[in-house]
Design a protein around this ligand. Sequence first.
Ligand SMILES: [Zn+2]
Length: 198
Amino acid sequence: MASQEIETLASALAKLPGLGPRSARRAVLWLVKRRETALVQLLAALTEVRERLAECDVCGNVDTQNPCAICADPRRDQRALCVVEDVADLWALDRARLFTGRYHVLGGKLSALDGVRPEDLSIDRLIERVAAGGIDEVVLAMNATLEGQTTAHYIAEKLESFPVRITQLAHGLPVGGELDYLDEGTLAQALRARRPVG
Ligand SMILES: [Zn+2]
């Protein structure tokens, strides 16, 4: 029977994606054994993240600067905008270094089941960015799930009246596949073979 403190830490860790109660307990034990090394490093990293990470006001990315390094980079193509559901998708695409434009993070996907409505996502902000002009192409990089595709169609309709080319990632993505889990080759292929919406 572990102490209350250890139980509290284990249940906090168990909430992390990919960790269940069992692996959380193992992680706690691992950290306890390395209290002066790994635990100190983890604490410092967590504190740093808590103090410095912020959401980019422009695109919704998470970074230690605002606007984020991508939005602030003058070498990025300002005419191309890639719309993703979550920051994890942005990071996956940007790791692959295939897209030279900028991003827009929606903060989720439309879902009747989970009660996520258009106003819950950063869709108005996206429309504002497109309406401000200077953008030629909007790439809808939603996940190949039913909800992802519903979201893509909704946005495509909203952007219809603007003079921009609207494309989406090519088929070939696994159904229900989350961008974050795809290897870079598959992502590259889906981005290169992107096609007009409609
Ligand atoms: Zn940004």
